[in-house]
Ligand binder design. Sequence first.
Ligand SMILES: [Zn+2]
Ligand SMILES: [Zn+2]
Length: 338
Amino acid sequence: MLAVVKDKKGLGYTIKEVEIPRPKDDEVLIKIKAVGICGTDVPILKGIRDVPIPLIPGHEFAGDIVEVGSKVKDFKVGDRVTPAIVIGCGHCYFCRKGLETLCDNIIETGIHVDGAFAEYVTVPEKVVHRLPDNMTYEQGASIDPIASAYHPVKMASIGSEDIVVVFGPGPIGLYAIQIAKAEGAKKIISVGVKGDEDRLELAKKLGADETIISSEKLLEDISKFTHGRMADIVFEATGHPSVFEMALSSARKHGTVVMIGIFHEPATANIAQIVRREIQIKGSLCYTWQDYKECIDLVEAGKVRIEPMISHIFDLKDMDKALEVIDERKAIKIILHP
Ligand SMILES: [Zn+2]
Ligand SMILES: [Zn+2]
């Protein structure tokens, strides 16, 4: 089968023929129909994030089951499915508490074991979800980023009086806006930087009430949109260390800041305001099996729109072209067809 293989440290990867994987007893073999490129995949392919070598990355996908292991009970050949990324061990302290993203023995498809930038992939039955009949493979491949936005939004427990600020109009930020809207937020403010004009336009279409291009008067703008009180809930979805201080300052007294983006360098901020203004900071990593299930339901109910998010569709073999589009900041979500 054709696969994109991260086969060396540092920059670069190879698109080549490799063996089709065999499912273990508790696994299913999936023929991949659509796979999205995630913000996590780019640093892996570029060698910025360390992974075991060789590795086939890719974890946002949907496809058809074409073979099942001998102990698989709930799925059969022909089922249309989308698997969640996290493979928890099921028996550590955190798994038993329902916090499988914090599993002591975590395995993530496409990060620790071979993933979906290929024609076929194997995953354990326990992470697989069935696609509703009316859901496309492209929608199925989008449940992962939706769930990554759903987990933090759920964590923030948005109330009907809450004004929400979302830093970063990338896929996670844009899905967070849609979900915050569905959860009944009173007002949503989307914050981007110069060059994000199109994304902020899209943020408006998807439910943002106000958009801001970040400048030295950012806090003034947020103050204006919140009648001087500042935001009840702030989501940090840029992964950029310089945003941390702004995210704290954008929150009202006793407001909540949920960190979603992964910073690759330490951030500096005036920590005293966390105490003086009782800022509540939470971290959100990935999503649980339950979140994934609930996101499939949200999409089925039409509460989250996926089509406006998919900016490009390429063949898997055109990964180079896809990465160029990402580097030029022209992409929102790219879906590949193996
Ligand atoms: Zn992802
Ligand atoms: Zn575990």
